[in-house]
Design a protein around this ligand. Structure first.
Ligand SMILES: [Zn+2]
Length: 286
């Protein structure tokens, strides 16, 4: 998800200053993103799958154990590994309306979400922890067939969704505030990363929105406005991509839903709550 678009100037300046000072304070291994070239076989595969190749970047991300992983970023806030890209097909072909990926969470009814609280560069601020708690409550308030259990600490398991700060996702503060991925093997994507600017400067309602959105990707939601990205002030199309584009009955369809949590960008004054059609979508899928 991109950073919110319509901040008042004073706030924007304050955030910019904060980000600059954070960058200076942070001891990060420098990553030369520009040196990472997307390989030809990946580009060919993406083209075969009718994904928009203009939106892909190869990036190095920090895993929380200190290792680095090469991933491919699409649509600003979604990450896929090379094997995910190379192994997946269209499953049902191209459709002109959508909202979920081919893969959903089917292997578990309980999704454990761990907000990382380590006293280091990965730890969530207290505001972000509040936002995460609110986001998980919003899922559970829908009484879905999947149940989320949130905890805060430094221990997590193999299928847990670990939520933490990773400033390497965002060398440009105007790009992604958060990033996640899509389910595989019936389990949710296991990492939600937010940048330090969001962690330190967004309100708990903005973080509630951001984290509900990224968790939405983890369980299979695509962007509601995938076909226009109009909430970002754009007119571009994210394409079908390798993950699929499946319409969820009862939702708005191509007309869009300006209040959806799953739109590509969000307003500064978000209340972080589901739109009515988000509820329809959640209850249809789960
Ligand atoms: Zn997104």
């Amino acid at each position: 998800m991109r950073r919110i678009k319509s901040l008042v100037i004073a706030t924007a300046m304050a955030i910019t200053l904060t980000l600059v000072s954070c960058d200076k304070d942070q001891v990060n291994t420098p990553v030369e993103e520009s040196s990472l070239v997307v390989e030809k076989d990946v580009l060919n595969k993406i083209t075969t799958l009718h994904f928009n190749p203009n939106g892909i970047e190869k990036v190095m991300v920090n895993d929380i154990d200190g290792t680095k992983k090469t991933m491919y970023r699409i649509e600003d806030d979604i990450m896929l590994s090379k094997s995910q890209i190379m192994d997946m097909g269209l499953h049902g072909g191209i459709q002109n309306k959508q909202y979920r990926t081919n893969n959903l969470v089917t292997s578990t009814n309980v999704i454990r979400v761990v907000g990382y609280t380590g006293n280091n560069q990965y730890g969530l601020s207290s505001t972000a922890r509040t936002g995460l708690q609110y986001a998980v409550n919003n899922y559970n308030n829908e009484n879905l067939s999947i149940r989320f259990i949130v905890s805060f600490g430094t221990n997590w398991g193999p299928n847990d969704i670990l939520v933490y700060v990773d400033n390497s996702i965002n060398p440009d503060p105007n790009r992604s505030a958060g990033i996640a991925g899509f389910p595989s093997n019936g389990y949710p994507f296991t990492r939600v990363r937010i940048n330090n600017g969001a962690n330190l400067t967004q309100t708990n309602q903005q973080l509630e929105h951001l984290l509900a959105h990224e968790i939405g990707h983890c369980i299979g939601f695509r962007h509601t406005d995938w076909d226009t990205r109009k909430t970002c002030g754009e007119n571009s199309n994210e394409g079908v991509s390798n993950v699929g584009l499946v319409y969820i009955p009862g939702t708005a369809g191509p007309g869009g839903d300006p209040n959806s949590i799953m739109n590509a960008c969000y307003p500064a004054n978000t209340d972080g709550e589901w739109s009515n059609l988000d509820r329809v979508a959640l209850n249809y899928l789960y």
